[in-house]
Design a binder for this molecule. Structure first.
Ligand SMILES: O=C(O)c1cc(=O)[nH]c(=O)n1[C@@H]1O[C@H](COP(=O)(O)O)[C@@H](O)[C@H]1O
Length: 313
């Protein structure tokens, strides 16, 4: 299957859930056994952290691969540790794909056209895992430099059977400072949404959804519902569920009538479930993988109960 949305939707249907697990490792919160094993093998801090991130993410992947269609490694946490971190990111992406997961690399890239193409070639492997160094299925992209700068990402994505998610209305508290600015009666995010939906429509292949998607935060449910209507051919990546305060009710408007059209991300809420109730009470610290598994099941059940994604069950 060469088309990104076809592969994503097949994975969503087969796992019967749109739950997306973010891989956002934080060194200070890692399980003790993983940190000490990395310290025993390496001497520099960067190498210790990178080895610990890799092991933690590998074990996260082992737990969630049977349960969810996709994972989203956050490149920032790996890049912070230089070459060792970048190598760990590469291995985590590879491992997740080998486990049958759709991999969205969250690196929020964007630059003038000729540079953008280099970013696209670096991250978008799409259907062929050998075609890029960071061999993800999909990349998050920042559209601030203009619609021409999206073109190289679209071109490489279509060639390789990959996808991109363009930032349209983000989940952070200050999202509105630029994105809600109005010109000629339209907000900036509505202008970006129109461009993104055109790109989606031009890349639909045989299905309803294009290879070009949009990032829309769960923390603004009204805008999310509005954007689902404004962007009928655009798959949505919806962060903000869990740690940022959004619940299943807030993301219900992201889906189409079949329960497709959106994937809902949770990162800290799953990775570090053991640090929070009810999992903190139920599991010992060394049972952190069981906490991850329980939190993933709970998220899946929550989405099934309160959103059209229940139709996938
Ligand atoms: O592109 C993203 O995934 C993203 C966009 C956005 O608007 N808000 C947002 O939180 N994210 C990412 O989604 C993840 C959210 O993590 P948690 O808040 O821990 O679930 C982080 O990796 C963020 O960088």
């Amino acid at each position: 299957m060469h088309h990104f949305s076809d592969r994503l939707n097949a994975a969503i249907r087969s796992k019967k859930t749109p739950a997306l697990v973010g891989l956002d490792p934080r060194f200070d919160w890692l399980p003790e056994e993983i940190v000490s094993a990395a310290e025993a093998k390496h001497s520099s801090k960067a190498e210790i952290v990178a080895a610990a991130f890799e092991e933690f993410c590998f074990r996260m992947i082992d737990v969630v691969a049977p349960l969810v269609p996709a994972v989203k490694p956050q490149a920032a946490f790996f890049e912070e540790w230089g070459p060792a971190g970048c190598l760990a990111l590469q291995r985590v992406i590879k491992r997740a794909r080998e486990a049958g997961l759709v991999v969205i690399c969250d690196a929020k890239r964007g630059d003038i056209g000729s540079t953008a193409e280099a970013y696209a070639r670096a991250y978008l492997a799409g259907a062929d895992p050998e075609s890029a160094i960071w061999a993800a299925d999909c990349l998050t992209v920042n559209p601030y430099l203009g619609s021409d700068t999206l073109q190289p990402f679209v071109k490489v994505a279509v060639e390789r059977g990959a996808g991109i998610y363009v930032l349209v209305r983000t989940s952070n508290p200050g999202a509105g400072t630029f994105q809600d600015r109005k010109t000629d009666g339209h907000t900036l995010y509505e202008c970006v949404a129109a461009v993104v939906n055109d790109l989606a429509l031009n890349t639909t292949g045989n299905g309803h959804y294009g290879a070009i998607g949009a990032v829309v935060g769960a923390t603004y449910p009204e805008e999310l519902t509005q954007l689902r209507e404004l962007m009928p051919h655009t798959p949505l990546l919806v962060p903000g569920y869990g740690s940022q305060g959004a619940g299943a009710g807030d993301v219900a408007g992201a889906f189409d009538a079949e329960g497709l059209g959106a994937i809902i991300n949770s990162s800290r809420g799953i990775n570090f479930a053991i640090r929070k109730e009810p999992y903190f009470e139920k599991f010992a610290p060394e049972e952190w993988e069981q906490a991850v598994e329980a939190a993933t099941h709970d998220m899946i059940a929550d989405l099934a109960e309160h959103t059209p994604a229940g139709k996938l069950q």
